[in-house]
Design a protein around this ligand. Sequence first.
Ligand code: BTN
Length: 246
Amino acid sequence: MGWDSSLLGKCQSQVIWREETASTNDDAMALGRAGVAAGTIVVAERQTAGRGRRGRAWVSAPDESLAFSVLARPKFPRALWGRLALIAGLAVAEALETFGYEPRMKWPNDVLLAGRKVCGILVETDEDFAVIGIGLNVLVRVFPEELAETATSLWLVDGQNVAREGLLAAISDRLEKILAKADSDFTSVIESVRARCAYSGRRVRYHVHGSEREGIMRGWGDGGEMLVERDGQIEEVIQADEVRAL
Ligand code: BTN
């Protein structure tokens, strides 16, 4: 399936479309170093070396996925750029809602539909810019065995044939708006995230520095940390792996 260039033009930002590339994050990184303007998007049909968090590979099926990276030059302090992934997750969730979906955000920044991961986000930074990489499963029919239990796509959720160009325009539009808001009013951004929190009030298991812990999910702290109730106390978790509802 090809891409409709007139629809791609609906994005407010410049969109660079590639049939194939190693990773759109690498391409956007190179553009950032070359001084290209914030908001520029690189989107690819096929990534030969797409990557996810924690050094994992990210495989996005050609024709069925949306894989793109946005070059950002955030105005808020560098020390707070960790918030970018959360902001991107919210942008994806809000965009999906405009297509009739009911997404949930799983800490730190996965977007879920019907309890399964539909979107992954990888933020990478350089000195004065950041690259926000987004991989969304749009029309995927079948996942590899190792993902079959945990991943989903828009199509698998409701059989809608959503055009990737429209999704890209909706996500980039939301991203631009939330980025602008985060600068002055991160509290309202966090409120929007909390309203979409996956596993709220449910027992979760997660790993901190290799050790397994359990508690009740209490959502997001003001700075984007995960709040978990353990033995009647609220623990603020800044780094954890493999958060799962039990
Ligand atoms: C995750 O591990 O959940 C994050 C996955 C991020 C994948 C996207 S696809 C577009 C961009 N290019 C990459 O190589 N990775 C990100």
